[in-house]
Design a protein around this ligand. Structure first.
Ligand code: ADP
Ligand code: MG
Length: 356
């Protein structure tokens, strides 16, 4: 599928950068320091200050300042992907960045007390529910955590090692062991996300780890009846040679299936290997493995390479049918303003740059 604006195939990854506002600590401690970045949203540019006199300029598809509303972030980062999912294509929206820079705020914020604060998951579902025909179409979700190369069901925590199954013919990826819940209205969806998040906290407490050390994936499956088309919708000749036009319409309508995956990635920061918990080094290896495998895949997509190395990690195997080909992929990299984290901010920006 060609995209009208760039002429390029839609497999190209769209990359936005979002700056979190200064938090209370940064306001208190770093009050007299300049931010480590300077944003020029109208030019879609970001300047990374190396020191007081040198800076490097980077371009992104979209530059979202600390004043960007959640609504605007949704519209820029996710809406085109959601629209394409509603048309029958798969799509992925991912957030990458250091812990504390706003990945979960951007994707998973429920915004129950303040609807303006709602994040991408909630807004995406709102648009999907508004577009489908409840009589003929269905929307269902699974909510998973990927930790140390194990897929855990956030809707049913006893399911803690779900297998990925690939259809050898179509290449489609499925998770037969994962809980799938049909979503009929926005409120039940928000309730589901809340339950999933509570299970995530509980599971991670049990594993003695933090949510920032795992990836969270929301999978939204959309099945739509294509009203215009029916299976074997052809006129069949009657005995006397006259065609019977009523036969075709008795056949069930063709069903279009598509999938939106929203991925709240593990924190991209390098884990302190001296951490007191015995498993932190293993966690570090596992996160590095999956994030670097993801980086390689999105580089390959960005370069329109025919070979996307999805086999290297569970994360990329899970996303296999949701990026590349006709699928749309959108990445938001999140950064903070503090010069204390210049190193992490730089590597986040470079991850985003390599995806373009
Ligand atoms: P991450 O998921 O990347 O670790 P969070 O989404 O948990 O980061 O954000 C860290 C903190 O910063 C949270 O308290 C969150 O509410 C706040 N925050 C993040 N982004 C924004 C933003 N754009 N505006 C206001 N607060 C934000
Ligand atoms: Mg988070």
């Amino acid at each position: 599928r060609a995209s009208s604006d760039s002429g390029a195939v839609s497999s190209r990854v769209r990359v936005a950068v979002r700056l979190r506002p200064r938090n209370a600590d940064e306001l208190a401690v770093d009050a007299d320091f300049g931010d480590c970045v300077e944003l020029q949203p109208e030019l879609k540019r970001l300047k990374l200050r190396k020191n007081n006199w040198e800076s490097e300029t980077y371009e992104f598809d979209e530059v979202l300042t600390e004043f960007a509303s959640q609504k605007r972030v949704y519209e820029v980062v996710a809406k085109p992907v959601v629209e394409s999912v509603l048309e029958g294509y798969n799509g992925t929206v991912m957030a990458y960045g250091q812990t504390g820079t706003g990945k979960t705020f951007t994707l998973g914020k429920l915004g129950e007390e303040d609807t303006a604060a709602r994040g991408i998951m909630v807004r995406a579902m709102e648009d999907i529910l508004a577009d489908i025909t409840p009589e003929t179409d269905t929307v269902s979700v699974s909510y998973l955590q990927l930790y140390m190369e194990m897929i855990q069901d956030l809707l049913d925590p006893v399911n803690d090692n779900i297998a990925i199954v690939e259809d050898p013919r179509t290449g489609d990826v499925s998770l037969p062991g994962a809980t799938v819940v049909e979503v009929r209205d926005q409120k039940s969806f928000v309730d589901l996300l809340r339950v999933g998040e509570a299970h995530r906290v509980a599971a991670n407490t049990k594993l003695n780890t933090e949510s920032s050390r795992s990836h969270a994936l929301l999978m939204v499956n959309v099945r739509r009846a294509d009203k215009g088309r029916h299976e074997m919708d052809v006129s069949i000749s009657g005995e006397n040679g006259h065609s019977s036009s009523t036969v075709g319409s008795l056949r069930p309508p063709i069903v279009r299936k598509s999938k939106l995956v929203v991925v709240d990635l593990a924190g991209s920061e390098r884990i302190d290997k001296s951490g007191s918990e015995g498993h932190t080094l293993e966690e570090a290896k596992s996160i590095n493995l999956s994030l670097s495998a993801l980086g390689k895949c999105i580089n390959a997509l960005a370069e329109n390479s025919p070979h996307v190395p999805v086999r290297d990690s569970k994360l990329t195997r899970l996303l296999k049918d949701s990026f590349g080909g006709t699928a749309r992929t959108s990445l938001v990299v999140t950064i903070g303003p503090s010069p204390r984290h210049r190193g992490e901010t730089t590597s986040t920006i470079m991850f985003g740059q390599r995806a373009m």
